[in-house]
Design a protein around this ligand. Sequence first.
Ligand code: BG6
Length: 488
Amino acid sequence: MVAKVLPGVGPQFPQVVVLVGATGDLARRKLLPGLFHLASAGFIPGCRIIGVSLDELDAEGFRKIARDALTEFSARKVVDADWAAFAENLQYVPMAAGAAALKAAVTAAEREFKGESLRLHYLSVPPNAALSAVRLLGEAGLVDRSRIIMEKPFGTDLASAVALNARLHEVFDEDRIFRIDHFLGKEAAQNILAFRFANGLFEPIWNRNFIDHVQIDVPEKLSLGKRAGFYEQTGAYRDMVVTHLFQILGFMGMEAPTSLEPDPISEEKNKVFRSMLPIKPSDVIRGQYTGYRTEEGVSSDSDTETFIALRCFIDNWRWAGVPFYLRTGKRLAQGQRIISIAFKEPPKSMFPAGSGVSAQGPDHLTFDLADAAKMSLSFYGKRPGPGMRLDKLSMQFAMHDTGHIGDVLEAYERLILDAMRGDHTLFTTADGIERLWEVSATLMEAPPPVRFYDPGSWGPNAIHQLIAPHAWRLPFERVWRAPNSVGS
Ligand code: BG6
């Protein structure tokens, strides 16, 4: 491995990563490119990676898959010398080879380290395969000195999540378990905490007295790729809402934690989840894009939703009565990840009719959760010249303008590094997840029928009634200002 080492940022001990699901979509899109970046940037010197999956491959075959994945998905240029060093540390054990073969591969990798090392098991597998992977690790005797990252969704409902937690605890102690939700690893998601709690300006108005409603909107242009098998079992609600969108809701809605430590943060987030009202099926629009049922691997009468929009409530002193509108889906018009906070309008307007006041909706604070994060605060201001005409203006911040955009760690990179260092701050807890399944039970017991929508649209028409008298912020009426440009 290249002798690049960044002191103080990476884990204390070298790591052996056992990547279960190593040839799957997530591994190719995010985990292998992420591990490569962490290794080549010097964050995880000497890290060995052992791929495990159902595919019958040898180490060379796995290296080829990893190399192709980097070509296709790495956001950064892959330097040949870095790849050669990384490839040397990639090994592979097919699932069918069993526990003894896996143990032998891990032991061989560890022997190459002179001193102490730790193990990180990454379970990038669907919920129904999680337990057998845990069992395999147990049988292989790979629990000592190890931590385990569990991919979302964690279970498929309350009963399965409780059972999974119980079985998991038979093998791994809670402090060894890292339930990942990569939205919490996004720089922009952590910036919500910085924005709220490092400033005195916004927190006083962060409540039901000033905020009219909130939108968390994550449309995707993406389709299923090769994930039909996974997606048919999950659908948009389990894949995205009960996981990513609710976790973002937790950051948005929580009280100030007593410190930035894992327990206080989880506790405040979990209090938000405890205050959530059960999701009412009448507050939910489920959609399916036309053509989904003819995709490879999808049943011809599938009822899986590829789209969901819903209204939910956090019934506590801060948020009672404030609707939170959530939306996400596949094959929509745009790929975006925004949180938009609509402030209440002034109680009285002295501006003449036709002046334009409130014509372009309420004042908004908007967060774009992209890696190149942006924020905007929009408000009415006077158009220069005679008379009193009002225009919607905005103040915008773009991460690009800070000169630090190259330092952004992709969400999985950040979280893998945190797990290697034993830091639970940005991971979800068993309690929190179980509570989210609990508030979902009403919906999952009586889901409304799916409505069809055209690929490339914004979802079924009923989304407009769901949010009326308000309107969805997306598509934006005014586009984001290009970084470093002037104008409103
Ligand atoms: C994953 C979901 O967790 O998140 C995918 O399983 C989705 O269906 C993805 O496409 C979106 O993540 P990101 O970071 O690309 O917005």
